[in-house]
Design a protein around this ligand. Structure first.
Ligand SMILES: Cc1cc2nc3c(=O)[nH]c(=O)nc-3n(C[C@H](O)[C@H](O)[C@H](O)COP(=O)(O)O)c2cc1C
Length: 176
């Protein structure tokens, strides 16, 4: 089973990426690939740029990578209650290739932030809009107060309830 994961952010020190590395460490007997949105940076989307550039190769590669996976794990960073500009930009370009961006894949959606809200607003936006973009969301988990609940040295969640939520969420992908 091939699982593709990415943090919906372009931070080089992303806490969402760290959360995904931890998620990957919990998965046994799967091919886990964690990609970095910095490798998919595109000009700011506009219909004018689209006329100029068409469907950029990086958007096509991103779309094809999702298509080649059996399941996706996405961890959302929250900027001002919503998606990061980096993710939204890549998403907009990709949606012009196919509005069914997630190609009916089973998806686990995660989110974390340093604050008590745990990026729950952006997570809710992603979960609620998932059907429009052909994401079959199997589970979602928000991790609040990341630095209190995650051991940066060990690369692990420490709060048992969150560990349980994460384990259960990941099982929805691997137990099929
Ligand atoms: C422009 C900006 C806006 C932010 N807005 C929010 C917010 O609305 N909610 C929140 O919980 N954290 C917010 N944060 C803090 C982010 O959660 C924090 O930077 C986190 O590390 C982002 O995830 P990442 O490290 O995976 O990119 C914001 C940070 C920035 C730079």
């Amino acid at each position: 089973m091939k699982i593709l994961a990415f943090a919906a952010t372009n931070s080089r020190t992303s806490i969402n990426k760290q959360l995904l590395q931890y998620a990957g460490s919990l998965l046994a007997d799967v091919e886990f690939e964690l990609i970095d949105l910095n490798d998919y940076e595109l000009p700011l989307f506009s219909v004018d740029k689209e006329q100029e550039l068409g469907q950029p190769e990086l958007a096509q590669t991103f779309y094809q990578k999702m298509g080649a996976a059996d399941a996706l794990i996405i961890s959302f960073a929250e900027h001002n209650g919503s998606y990061t500009a980096a993710y939204k930009n890549l998403f907009d370009w990709t949606s012009r290739i196919d509005m069914k961006v997630f190609q009916n894949k089973p998806v686990v959606m995660l989110a974390t932030s340093p604050g008590p809200g745990g990026a729950a607003s952006v997570l809710a936006a992603a979960v609620n809009s998932a059907p429009y973009f052909a994401a079959d969301v199997k589970a979602n988990v928000s991790v609040p107060s990341f630095y209190d609940n995650f051991d940066m040295t060990a690369g692990k969640l420490t709060e048992p309830e969150l560990v349980a939520q994460m384990t259960q969420a990941l099982a929805t992908l691997t137990s099929q």
